[in-house]
Design a protein around this ligand. Structure first.
Ligand code: KMH
Ligand code: ZN
Length: 308
């Protein structure tokens, strides 16, 4: 049986509380969802923070501190902190949590881009919290900033802490930017590439695009130099991850990426998505990698070497 790493992105920053009652907001909810996802089979838990009273995205390390220790104590999962935060935050704010907790992994977004969710506003009749409508509607004007200087800074600071990266690539140019950093020696094999499909502003969800992205990565980096995973936004999540797994990829689920469990059906939890992809993988003869196996596959520094 081959091992597949399941990552689970618990809450993110683009979905808002009105869009799903299942979206965890408070530290207690984020901790409980993370622990359940890990127990369901996710080896890596990717985390953002939200203001506890209204779910607005925040990068405040004091908020991360309200849920990270519990996840760290109650699971063996690899903790992966966002450095993308939300497109409305400064890079310094986005990085503050990762700098404080020095996790085994953090995200690293490989290029500046449009990053939008405004079409979702059409489906909402009344919003739960005051910040949500403006945030969602104004995403038609968001620039998600990730310049070469930003990327270099994050590579140097977090790399210096022994943290490994989930290199988030939303389009083919991002692979070329990653190749540039490989050439400079700031990124060294073996590294972990998250191929992202279906963000409004990034490459679309299409099997041709998946094959194109994977082939381009193979050509640029050499197939032995990297581990790869796929996430697909919204309703495409499960069908597309199934195709990715057939091609030998690792997979990322979670309510950050999709609020659905099936066609037209909302997910009730992150763990529900983990269990579903685990069943699909099992039908293909794949087994979910344990956190220990993921640590070995990704050469991580280990659970004991984080500031938690
Ligand atoms: N929301 C995902 C598409 C980050 O946290 O750095 C990308 C993401 C960004 O996970
Ligand atoms: Zn994220």
């Amino acid at each position: 049986m081959s091992k597949v790493i399941i990552s689970c992105a618990i809450t993110g920053a683009m979905h808002t509380p009105t869009m799903s009652d299942a979206l965890p907001i408070t530290p207690a909810q984020i901790a409980a969802e993370s622990i359940a996802a890990a127990h369901a089979g996710a080896a890596i838990i990717h985390l953002h923070a939200r203001k506890p009273d209204d779910g607005e995205p925040t990068g405040n390390p004091d908020v991360f501190a309200q849920f990270l220790p519990k996840i760290h104590t109650e699971t063996d999962a690899v903790i992966n902190l966002t450095t993308g935060g939300s497109p409305t935050m400064s890079v310094a704010d986005r990085l503050a949590g990762a700098l404080r907790f020095k996790p085994e992994m953090c995200s690293l977004n490989m290029g500046s881009m449009n990053f939008a969710i405004f079409p979702a506003a059409k489906r909402v009749k009344s919003w739960k919290y005051g910040w949500e409508e403006g945030y969602v509607r104004n995403s038609d004007d968001f620039i998600f900033r990730n310049t070469f200087r930003d990327i270099k800074y994050i590579l140097e600071t977090m790399g210096g802490a022994g943290t490994k990266f989930e290199h988030e690539c939303y389009d083919v140019g991002h692979l070329y930017s990653l190749a540039y950093f490989l050439d400079t020696g700031l990124v060294k094999p073996s590294f972990f590439v998250q191929l992202i499909f279906g963000i409004l502003g990034g490459i679309g969800v299409d099997l041709d695009n998946l094959v194109f992205m994977k082939r381009t990565a193979d050509r640029l980096f050499g197939p032995q130099s990297f581990q790869w995973s796929v996430l697909a936004a919204g309703r495409h999540q499960m069908p597309f991850l199934t195709q990715a797994a057939l091609l030998g990829g690792n997979v990322r689920v979670g309510l950050e990426d999709s609020l659905f469990i099936g066609r037209g059906k909302m997910a009730s939890s992150n763990a529900e998505q983990v269990l579903k992809i685990k069943r699909i993988l099992a039908e293909m003869g794949h087994e979910a990698a344990t956190p220990g196996e993921a640590r070995e596959m990704l050469a991580l520094k280990g659970k004991g070497n984080v500031s938690l």
